[in-house]
Write a protein that binds this ligand. Structure first.
Ligand SMILES: Cc1cc2nc3c(=O)[nH]c(=O)nc-3n(C[C@H](O)[C@H](O)[C@H](O)COP(=O)(O)O)c2cc1C
Length: 182
């Protein structure tokens, strides 16, 4: 069944926007009506049946605008299917699952959303913003580690779950009590 889906993302250097677009394309392939929006541009979610929210991770934190979105829309999100993802790990540890920051965990629990899916990120000298990012982009952390197959596979599962009104099967094995490093 076709549903109206919002894919909202928070990015600093653009990599998470690319992931959100890829998720949106996969959801459309499965017949859903999809808007992909920078989260700061979203004022209301009333029109949507389901929401996918993704944030870039910096210093183990989500972008503030993504956290603000969860806070402002907690009640409405609680009445919808919600999937979360974050994009971050780069370099040799790019396949490491990231835990949600505590603040985000609390909000996710309130909403009833399952833990965020981790997607590897991107860090290059061309897109790096700021002194620290530019320095990091000259190390072994540099590269585009985004796994488009994994992203499409996850989005496919989310698309099916949205159609059926179910939760995503990717998260069923995860424990409720996972704790973030900070
Ligand atoms: C200063 C800095 C701090 C970062 N901290 C983390 C982190 O704590 N965890 C993580 O997984 N990735 C971290 N990253 C990697 C970014 O999350 C990654 O480059 C991501 O793809 C950026 O997304 P964006 O282009 O959408 O902003 C960091 C990158 C920089 C430049």
């Amino acid at each position: 069944m076709s549903r109206k889906v919002l894919v909202a993302y928070a990015t600093k250097m653009g990599a998470t926007a690319g992931i959100a677009e890829a998720i949106g394309a996969e959801l459309r392939n499965h017949g859903h009506q999809v808007d992909v929006r920078e989260v700061g541009q979203v004022s209301t979610i009333g029109w949507y049946d389901a929401v996918v929210l993704g944030s870039a991770v910096y210093a183990h934190r989500w972008r503030p605008e993504a956290v603000t979105f969860l806070r402002h829309h907690t009640k409405e999100l609680g009445n919808r299917q919600v999937w979360l993802f974050h994009s971050g790990p780069v370099g040799p540890a790019s396949d490491q699952t990231q835990l949600m920051p505590r603040k985000v965990q609390r909000l996710a629990r309130r909403i009833g959303a399952t833990p965020a899916m981790t997607f590897a990120g991107k860090l290059t000298t061309e897109t790096a913003e700021g002194f620290l990012a530019t320095r990091m982009a000259r190390t072994e952390l540099a590269g585009d580690f985004r796994d488009w197959e994994l992203i499409a596979a996850w989005a496919k599962d989310v698309a099916a779950a949205i159609s059926s009104g179910d939760v995503s099967s990717w998260h069923r094995a995860e424990t409720e009590g996972q704790e973030a490093a900070r």
